[in-house]
Design a protein around this ligand. Structure first.
Ligand code: SAH
Length: 239
């Protein structure tokens, strides 16, 4: 089968002090194959290339004192000046809005993203203000750099791009997706053998009754979400 490549691939542009980390996990499996077939593309920019002193310094001690180092506005600003303003400009940061499936879907629907990865204590606040950076967090924990968060964001977007997964329903039914499941956690999965270490598969899944199976899955989704993430049910009908 001849695959039609879209005219311009979805583009992930990453500003980082460690471009050699990429593509990393993004070069494998679903994301790797999608990149090989031209559905998305990756560009890394070495922030250090924008340092002008002999030692190519990118950081300095925090104004007001304290531990650690801060990436300077001069260097990070110059790196950001060098990229076209053609996609949402995002700074991966623990202070940002928690990354959600709905934001991934919006980003995947656009032409791409430009991601700034911090290191050390982070970047000078004036860069965030000057470029009106959107801050996105991977969760309520602190990583040592933005690269893992950038990879997570890109992976989450790429699998939503048209043509990446065989069955689009695979993304509309899974956890947090909108669609029929309305942002619930996913139901449990099983596969052969029908008995393993004395544990069986719920009989309804072997019944061949598709309506019953759909109902069971929806009930399981609701129950799991009630137990584990009641916050996801706020404002939703209870069944
Ligand atoms: N001093 C900062 C943490 C800096 S961690 C604070 O307390 O908020 C260094 C870099 O790692 C950050 O600039 C950011 O780019 C990245 N990072 C750390 N935790 C992250 C998270 N939860 N989500 C996204 N990026 C994160």
């Amino acid at each position: 089968m001849i695959k039609n490549s879209p005219q311009s691939p979805w583009r992930a542009r990453i500003l980082t002090l460690f471009p050699e980390i990429f593509p990393g996990v993004l070069g494998h499996s679903i994301c790797g194959r999608a990149r090989d077939s031209g559905l998305w593309d990756l560009e890394t920019i070495q922030i250090r290339d924008f340092a002008t002193d002999k030692h190519r310094t990118v950081d300095d001690s925090p104004s007001g004192g304290g531990t650690g180092m801060v990436m300077t506005a001069v260097v990070v600003g110059a790196a950001l000046d060098s990229v076209p303003r053609d996609s949402p400009l995002i700074y991966l940061s623990p202070r940002g809005a928690p990354l959600r499936q709905s934001r991934l879907a919006e980003l995947a629907a656009g032409g791409g993203v430009t991601l700034l990865c911090g290191r050390f204590e982070g970047i000078d606040q004036r860069v965030i203000d000057e470029f009106a950076l959107e801050e996105i967090s991977l969760g309520d924990f602190v990583l040592s750099g933005g690269e893992i968060a950038a990879m997570a964001l890109i992976d989450g977007c790429v699998r939503l791009l048209p043509g990446v997964l065989d069955k689009p329903s695979a993304t509309s039914e899974e956890s947090f997706a909108g669609g029929d499941w309305g942002g619930l956690l996913e139901y449990p999965h099983y596969t052969r053998p029908t008995e393993w270490r004395g544990r069986t598969i719920p009989p309804v899944l072997l019944s061949g009754n598709h309506a019953e199976i759909a109902k069971w899955r929806r009930d399981q989704s609701l129950e799991l979400t009630r137990q584990r993430r009641p916050d996801l049910l706020m404002g939703k009908p209870k069944n």
